[in-house]
Design a protein around this ligand. Structure first.
Ligand code: SF4
Length: 401
């Protein structure tokens, strides 16, 4: 499991990082939390608007539980299935991913222009709660490098109870947000005090599948349905959040546009050679007269190596995902034989969804443009900071480092 990354014994404290220890525990001594009972209870409340959202990686993992080939994307069928379970609104975490791109790209462009003492580089991504909590415990001196952006589902949760509730005339105290995530660490993230209860409940992909089976719903047999409007539109940039490298690539597409006013040509994104069995990849992009040096890191062991290496100081932007392959390999995803091949097929499926998407840059998303025009102002505005950003805590080292 994750123990070698920490050079410490496996313990309950380690489990919140990425959940992989739960997946891999050979004795079954570590068990996962089942929140489906709470979900049924919420769905049964007559006076509550129960809103649900699904993460990018979930849409390419559910079908395999119902006998379809691994990686089959069934986004619209999952939307239909969620409505049959009783959810009253179905939003897309991809909308939140596009919003994260807008805020994070603005943060990167700002830091590149600001004096280093005020805005340290590299900027490190913050959408993976396993990674964030690892930095809080083991590298608190680097907390200022983490992007202050909340993760995409937390942004959707915050806007559902403010922007959406206002637009629809809903009482925010009667709106409940449920996130379907590939991730067990998001269960911990949703409980962080700083995030003010934006998300009320996190269910994993496996928990969703359990609920669907109990209700006798096979989503692969349903006609696809569209997400609810206002927070249901997304671009190809958002869907690749579900695989390693996707967050960095999506942010660079929009940072380039913010800095130059032009679209980033694909040939300007140069992936360099794989390092250490594919766990650290480098990415360079020309931004005007400057070449941005980025690293994409797969797994916390490799992240630690990068943080402790002299190369770290030379970087401008770092993406870290705690799970192998990113969220497609998350601790809450469907299990099974040939996990590496499964994760690869899910990642390829997300890449295909990006390639075939009519819009591939977050700033092109019409609903993102609308939320800035009508509610948030601009990326990095005071309201954006209030609703879409957070801060981090030095949690002290729980185990020997
Ligand atoms: Fe969760 Fe994705 Fe991070 Fe894994 S990589 S801990 S699934 S956010």
């Amino acid at each position: 499991g994750v123990a070698p990354a920490f050079k410490a014994p496996l313990s309950e404290a380690a489990c919140v990082y990425c959940g992989q220890c739960v997946v891999h525990c050979p004795t079954g001594a570590l068990t996962e939390r089942d929140d489906t009972g709470r979900a049924w209870e919420l769905l049964g409340r007559p006076d509550t608007t129960v809103v649900v959202q699904i993460a990018p990686a979930v849409r390419v993992s559910v079908a395999e539980a119902f006998g379809a080939p691994v990686g089959t994307p069934i986004t619209g069928q999952i939307v239909a299935a969620l409505r049959r379970l009783g959810f009253s609104r179905v939003f897309d975490t991809d909308f939140g991913a596009d919003l994260t791109v807008m805020e994070e790209a603005a943060e990167l462009v700002h830091r590149l222009a600001a004096p280093r003492e005020q805005a340290p580089l590299p900027l490190m991504t913050s959408c993976c709660p396993g990674w964030v909590k690892y930095v809080e415990h083991y590298f608190p001196e680097r907390l200022g490098h983490l992007s202050s952006c909340r993760s995409p589902h937390e942004m959707v949760g915050a806007l559902a109870k403010t922007y959406y509730a206002e637009k629809e005339g809903l009482d925010p105290s009667h709106v409940v947000m449920v996130s379907i995530m590939p991730c067990t660490a998001k269960k911990f993230e949703a409980q962080r005090e700083e995030l003010q209860g934006s998300v009320d409940l996190v269910l994993t992909t496996r928990e969703l599948v359990r609920m669907l089976r109990l209700a006798g719903i096979d989503p692969t047999r349903l006609e696809p349905e569209a997400f609810d409007p206002l927070m249901g539109a997304s671009t190809g940039a958002a869907v690749i959040f579900g695989r390693t490298g996707g967050v960095a690539e999506a942010a660079l597409r929009t940072a380039y546009w913010m800095a130059t006013g032009k679209d980033l040509p694909e040939e300007k994104l140069e992936w360099e050679e794989l390092h250490r069995a594919g766990q650290i990849r480098r990415l360079r992009v020309e931004l005007g007269s400057r070449v941005l040096r980025c690293a994409v890191v797969d797994g916390l062991k490799a992240a630690r190596e990068l943080l402790e290496s002299p190369e770290y100081e030379q970087l401008d932007f770092v993406e870290v995902m705690a799970c192998p392959g990113g969220c497609v390999g998350g601790g809450g995803q469907m299990r099974g034989q040939d996990l590496v091949a499964r994760v690869e097929r899910r990642a390829q499926s997300l890449a295909g969804l990006d390639r075939t998407s009519p819009l591939r840059r977050a700033h092109e998303n019409p609903e993102i443009r609308a939320v800035y025009q009508e509610y948030l102002g601009s990326p990095g505005s005071a309201r954006s900071h209030q609703l879409l950003h957070t801060h981090y805590v030095d949690r002290g080292v729980p185990l020997a480092r």
